[in-house]
Write a protein that binds this ligand. Sequence first.
Ligand code: NAD
Length: 423
Amino acid sequence: MSTNFSFWNMACQQLDLVAKRMDLDPNIHAKMRHCQRALVVSVPIRMDDGSVKVFEGYRVQHNSERGPTKGGVRYHPGVTLDEVKALAMLMTWKCAVVGLPYGGAKGGIVCDPAGMSLGEIERMTRRYTSEISIIIGPAKDIPAPDVNTNPQVMSWMMDTYSMTVGYSVPGVVTGKPVEIGGSQGRMDATGRGVATVLIAASERLGLHPAQSTVAVQGFGNVGSSAAKFLHGKGFKVVGVSDVGGGLFNPRGLDIPALLAHVKKNPKKRLEGFGGGEYVGDHDAANARLLAMPVDILAPCALENQITAENAGAVKAKIIVEGANGPTTPEADEILSKAGVVVVPDILANAGGVTVSYFEWVQDLQSNFWDEEDVNRSLDRLMMRSFQDVYDVAAREKCDLRMAAQILAVSRVAKASALRGIYP
Ligand code: NAD
């Protein structure tokens, strides 16, 4: 990708297309093309060798017209303000499409956590939290995990914020361990949501689980949970891949056995599993996986996986985007011409932020739900959201991605019009 590529410009261009299609009020459109707040912070920490290193961190709030803002915190060497702004805007649309009372936010620190000790990551997390504490809070902006952050990082964020205000504030972040106010069902929420919308989409196309085959790219949090739920519903998962390679079995992989294998494998990889043909070259494995003659393809690894180069080889009838941004706009066009139904990321992977919302509600009320209640509420909300998007697509005669964006932007636009401009 060229160094001139701007994820933020791409997000604005997507908004422009939706705005044109729905004839959006130009004043509201202009407001949506800007982030409400963007804070850049320096994060100096003492490294284990005694030296001081200064990291750069960001917290961006795109739009708070539907409620407090919500979005993950990413630790990665490639984090930029441009990327964080774009991801904050996408969070606004994701929260709106499933009807959560939130706007979008995102945060990040430019760092390589793989080369840092746990102590260094803790000190960096605490100093970053302290620096952004002027704009976060349970009624303002609620961070959550994203790439390379996890329940432990959320625990440190919650503790740092709580120490600053002088009392425990579990609702300041979500994705926490259950022992300190996390929610049951959060770990599986995104994969469960992916499976729920996938089942709804396949029913519309007349596919039956027992006769349908699935390929899943990525076997991390999202991909492995999605595969587990689909296998449980009778789908035959015939291919999966991870950063090391791919595993194929035309008769269907034994997903519970594969999950147990990955769990006890020190690298948490697919490699070494006996129940299928393993391809160790990850480029070759991905090329084969994406072109498999399956009914359903679920990209659940990274952005930019289905591109103009490989979209023509896709044979699946449905693509469900578990990852954020796995399909490029050029690939989208090719797939659309080929009649492939794409369930877009802002709908398909919204299960995670939905259970984050449930966690926040439980924290605010100090009233915790059991896992069954969480899952029932998640399933209901994902099915309703799929139906809402499907109805817009039928009414507007457009694909599901455009429909999801129209639905999201119109909900934010309504809030914006009702609230007006201050002062
Ligand atoms: P993860 O780190 O748990 O898993 C990522 C998986 O992808 C791993 O199995 C990894 O080996 C694999 N992978 C990495 N590079 C690959 C490659 N080149 N080819 C094939 N596989 C590759 O991450 P995750 O939490 O499962 O997130 C996956 C995607 O879903 C990301 O785009 C993330 O932003 C998105 N997402 C996650 C959540 C969530 O709740 N975890 C919510 C919404 C969206």
